[in-house]
Design a binder for this molecule. Sequence first.
Ligand SMILES: Cc1cc2nc3c(=O)[nH]c(=O)nc-3n(C[C@H](O)[C@H](O)[C@H](O)COP(=O)(O)O)c2cc1C
Length: 186
Amino acid sequence: MEFMDVLTARRSVRSYTPTPLDRATIEKLIHAAIQAPSATNTQPWAFGVITGVERLKEYGDRVKAKLLPALDQMPELERYRDMITDPKYNVFHGAPALVVIYGKPASLLPEIDCALAAQNLMLAAAAMNLGTCWIGFAQEFFDPPAVKAELGVPESYKAIAPIIVGHPAGTTPPVPRNTPEVVYWM
Ligand SMILES: Cc1cc2nc3c(=O)[nH]c(=O)nc-3n(C[C@H](O)[C@H](O)[C@H](O)COP(=O)(O)O)c2cc1C
């Protein structure tokens, strides 16, 4: 696929076939992620991978259990309350794999660097006809020390980009973009 076509082909996919992703495919996506630029070339990223629709459903239920009581403190998420409280709502949308990108400490701008790595991963997946979706709802879940200990993640790492990956079930229509605001052009 031409690169400019990949940019428009990438969509946030929320419906997947249960077909598993093999290790080599996920490694290829991580290889794409780490080609991203990073401030002072610190490459401050680390990756966690969770596979299996059922395992991810269990983690998704834990994410929801943590998210629901927190909704009261997050007015910006109020419009999602009905969706999140729906027992049928799966935070990970039935995807067969999740890649969590963690930012490492002692780097200048780990959030930005990891977001760039995340975008590389999502675009590489689109070029391989795979679907992805950044699951911001899950970010806080992966950050507490207890969850990091459970997953073998150093406590100083910060969960930044949880991204589901899988084979899309059907097509996802594009979300229209607003006209870009150009504030100066000299
Ligand atoms: C930081 C971030 C967090 C997001 N969190 C979620 C999420 O928790 N659940 C979800 O279904 N989509 C999530 N999305 C996907 C956005 O809703 C999506 O990118 C947007 O609607 C535009 O659609 P597109 O990606 O298909 O262009 C997130 C995207 C970003 C960049």
